[in-house]
Design a protein around this ligand. Structure first.
Ligand code: SF4
Length: 69
């Protein structure tokens, strides 16, 4: 891996981390991984009538991200 590759990967991860932190534009992406998803019964992408989230899970939680450089 060259220095340029390392910097490119760091920028990619930083961009994803910032998008995760702002977290309002993520669309569900269905696939084989849905079979293992614990959120499945609440997910409108795979259920015609998804169950509402439990009240305790509705509170917005901040995500703390730390990246070692
Ligand atoms: S069930 Fe919904 S939330 Fe879970 S992985 Fe599939 S699309 Fe994503």
């Amino acid at each position: 891996m060259t220095q340029a590759h390392q910097e490119q990967v760091q920028q990619l991860i930083l961009g994803l981390a910032l998008r995760l932190r702002n977290d309002s534009e993520w669309e569900p992406s269905t696939g084989e991984h849905c079979k293992r998803c614990t959120y499945q019964k609440h997910c409108g992408a795979v259920c015609d009538q998804p169950e509402p989230l439990p009240e305790s899970k509705r509170k917005f939680k901040l995500v703390q991200l730390a990246l070692a450089v």
